[in-house]
Design a binder for this molecule. Structure first.
Ligand code: FAD
Ligand code: NA
Length: 385
């Protein structure tokens, strides 16, 4: 048993990046507490028991970044495949490419528009409101891409995501809906993209594989805080409202339910992600995991799919996406003040800051916390605030 120099709460990408940097660069003994039975946070993956296909237990995770520092850092722990993400959408009995692009537009309108003609068409359809300020989500959507495309690809999809009539959703849920006037349907625009060659679990385990790092899984920090808070510096990546016993209220989240099915065919849908933007399908999309790794030649004659259902999270659900109502934002300000006042405890990660973070953002943000707060503290004796 080591007497830790630093306690990290949560073994997701944020917590593991902090632990790895402090152990490797500053030779600190780091104790990581994780309440789940595995490390890795929401990026964890495992082999499906029936098919052997790698499944992302908490939803599909695609790695992409334009941050060269983050890219260099993550490549210390894993190689990446050349995977490029693409998404399709099944509407009215037809399959269209996403994000909405010239191919989508020409298929939808049964046309052969040039980029300029398509631009003109969408601009005309989007001008329906005649310059009036959009007052709700529907008007905002129509003002961005016109009513026909909005109703086909966005309206019901959004209603399913939020379990709310889009007329009742705020206009500022969307600021932009990208439309590409080329046939490029590559999903991400980032410089670097790929999937970990031997899976997320192997990558995450390698980050923790250092003699100065001990990860204890199945341990909830709430039952041990007196042992550590005030005695040893803590980096906390759990929910910020939970740290303060919800004194200021509960921050609201959306969650996703995954319905796993093993299907008796080697290929169910021919692509990794198919959206279902129509009202008649209760799920928002279907993930078929084998397509994330075409290079692997999985030998199963079956395939595993996850149907995704989105809803507001109850207290016992996994929090996935911040709802971010005005009440949430006001509450968050109060929690931020309290977090700042908490000496020797730093709050980070998506739960600790109540922010949706992609993996590269969580890692980048942890690298910054290491350079700006932890190194100055441990190497130069600066206060940890
Ligand atoms: P987490 O991964 O949530 O880790 C926090 C950890 O803290 C958890 O393991 C939790 O169990 C633990 N914890 C909390 N409280 C306690 C406590 N009291 N005691 C002990 N342990 C505790 N990013 C991408 O880049 N690409 C994607 O395609 C992508 N898809 C996503 C899909 C979904 C459905 C979700 C929810 C996220 C997705 N992300 C994606 C984001 C990615 O999961 C996060 O960026 C990343 O996991 C954040 O890491 P984190 O360490 O901040 O949080
Ligand atoms: Na603090």
């Amino acid at each position: 048993d080591l007497a830790p120099d630093l306690v990290v709460v949560g073994a997701g990408f944020f917590g593991l990046t902090i632990a790895e940097r402090c152990a490797a660069e500053l030779d600190l003994k780091v104790l990581v507490l994780e309440r789940r039975e595995h490390l890795g946070g929401n990026a964890w993956s495992e082999a499906d028991p029936d098919t052997g296909i790698e499944v992302h237990k908490y939803g599909a995770h695609l790695f992409h970044t334009s941050n060269a520092k983050v890219w260099e850092y993550v490549n210390r722990f894993t190689d990446f495949t050349g995977y490029q993400h693409r998404v399709y959408s099944q509407h009215g009995g037809e399959v269209y490419p996403l994000p909405i692009n010239l191919g989508t537009i020409n298929q939808f309108f049964r046309s052969a528009h040039s980029p300029a003609q398509a631009r003109e068409l969408i601009a005309e359809q989007a001008s329906e409101l005649g310059g009036k300020e959009p007052e709700n989500f529907v008007e905002k959507g129509v003002s961005l891409i016109g009513r026909p495309l909005y109703e086909a690809f966005i309206a019901h999809y959004t209603a399913k995501q939020w379990q709310t009539d889009p007329e009742k959703l705020s206009a500022d849920i969307i600021t932009r809906l990208p439309v590409r006037y080329t046939y490029d349907n590559r999903y991400f625009n980032d410089t670097y993209e790929g999937l970990p060659v031997d899976g997320y679990a192997a990558w995450l385990e390698r980050m923790a594989d250092h003699p100065n790092i001990e990860v204890r899984t199945g341990v909830d920090f709430r039952e041990h805080r007196e042992e550590y808070v005030g005695r040893v510096p803590v980096v906390y990546t759990g929910p910020v409202d939970e740290y303060f016993d919800h004194d200021e209220g509960r921050l609201s989240w959306r969650t996703v339910d995954f319905e796993r099915e093993v299907v008796d065919t080697p290929d169910f849908q021919g692509c990794p992600v198919m959206n279902y933007p129509d009202a008649d399908a209760p799920y928002t999309r279907i993930i078929e995991f084998r397509h994330f790794h075409p290079e692997r030649d999985y030998d199963s004659e079956q395939t595993v799919i996850f149907k995704e259902f989105s809803r507001f999270a109850e207290d016992t659900d996994e929090p996935y996406y911040p709802v971010n109502t005005p009440e949430d934002r006001a509450m968050l300000m109060r929690y931020r003040d309290r977090a700042k006042a908490e000496d020797n405890v730093l709050f980070g990660g998506r739960l600790g800051t109540y922010k949706y973070l992609d993996m590269h953002m969580a890692i980048g943000s942890a690298l910054s916390m290491f350079e700006n707060k932890l190194r100055p503290h441990f190497a130069d004796g600066e206060a940890l605030t």
